[in-house]
Design a protein around this ligand. Structure first.
Ligand code: X2X
Length: 344
């Protein structure tokens, strides 16, 4: 892909908006007519909701100076979601609300959220994103040429399949499971005896529809919105093995083209949209409110809730993967994460 394309686009956009740039007090530089925001999922998934809220808040608070449009389905990288971070860095994408999983091929430290059974609950997830681990990860992203602004959430990823209820690691034996684009997911599923196959989200949906795979793992908001029970995914296990936060981020040149005032607006809007997105992502999936799970059970799906003992068997079976990845992520960062969670 040519690196000249974004420059040409920027020049064309600058020419178009040049007359406007002379008007407003904050319009110190020529802005693009449109800023393209990459996501994997659209509205009404919590992911799309968070991104749309960001765009809406920015439009409102800048009186339309900054016009952000969502491009879901990772369409700006032809559905190849693991290339999103690179495209954002190069300016092929202006902005993104991206998953830590999809950016982990470029930023291996983001695999911390995929360490099996590191985070037992939402408070643990918050202890990472809102604490020193989150700060360190933002520094690393910044060192890699992208400006991170805030956090949203895809959610805790639960395993589903069409064959049988999963209660013990032995129940995973031989299940053909679609996994996401970080090799840690292959390692975890292999350690549990399953047969993982890595594919993009664009490929996962037809694979589930045709039965080319037996199962998958994703937050239950995705299960619910896609009516996965109609795809035969009638067995769900709430094992909460990993959670998948999302990061609001902007290409560095785009960021630097904004006035100080607009940067502050874009940052604050990301934080506000993130808070809303997290609320939506957790609705009906908390300890006090399991209404989304109950609704899914109402569709005829079988939901297995692991006991502490039941969970321990999965923790034990995946421990070697955890230890191997501790080194790949960085021992200091994993120590910091473990401390943050212990003190939450
Ligand atoms: O591909 C997935 O499973 C999804 C939609 O959850 C991500 O992009 C990480």
């Amino acid at each position: 892909m040519s690196i000249f394309k974004p420059i040409a686009t920027l020049a064309a956009a600058a020419a178009l908006v040049a007359p406007l740039a002379l008007s407003g007090p904050a319009a110190a530089q020529a802005y693009k007519e449109e800023y393209r925001v990459s996501t994997v999922l659209p509205v009404p998934f919590p992911w799309g909701v968070a991104a749309q809220r960001w765009a809406d808040l920015v439009a409102e608070r800048t009186d339309g100076r900054i016009n952000m449009q969502l491009y879901p389905g990772a369409q700006l990288v032809q559905g190849e979601q693991t290339r999103e971070f690179t495209a954002l860095r190069r300016g092929i994408i202006d902005m993104a609300v991206g998953s830590t999983i999809n950016w982990s091929p470029q930023i291996p430290q983001l695999n911390i959220f995929a360490l099996p059974f590191l985070m037992p609950d939402y408070a643990a997830l918050d202890a990472l994103t809102q604490g020193p681990v989150g700060e360190r990860l933002f520094e690393i992203i910044e060192e890699n040429g992208v400006v991170p602004l805030g956090w949203a959430e895809n959610g805790f990823r639960e395993v589903t399949n069409s064959v049988r209820p999963i209660r013990t690691p032995a129940d995973m034996e031989g299940l053909k499971l679609r996994v996401v684009g970080s090799p840690i997911f292959n390692d975890v599923m292999t350690a549990l005896g399953a047969n993982p196959t890595q594919m993009s989200w664009a490929d996962a949906q037809p694979a589930l529809t045709t039965g080319a795979v037996d199962g998958q793992e994703n937050p239950l908001t995705i299960y619910y919105n896609l009516k996965m029970h109609e795809l035969g995914q009638t067995y769900i296990t709430q094992w909460g093995y990993v959670a998948d936060p999302l990061i609001f981020a902007v290409n560095r040149e785009v960021w630097e083209s904004f006035t100080e005032e607009d940067r502050e607006i874009v940052r604050q809007a990301a934080i506000d949209a993130g808070a809303h997105g997290i609320e939506v992502a957790r609705k009906g999936l908390t300890e006090d409110d399991q209404s989304l799970v109950q609704e899914i059970e109402g569709f005829g799906a079988t939901v297995v809730r692991l006991t502490d003992e039941g969970r321990a068997a999965f923790v034990e079976a995946t421990r070697p993967v955890y230890e191997a990845w501790r080194e790949r992520i960085g021992g200091d960062l994993v120590d910091l994460a473990e401390d943050s969670i212990a003190n939450r």
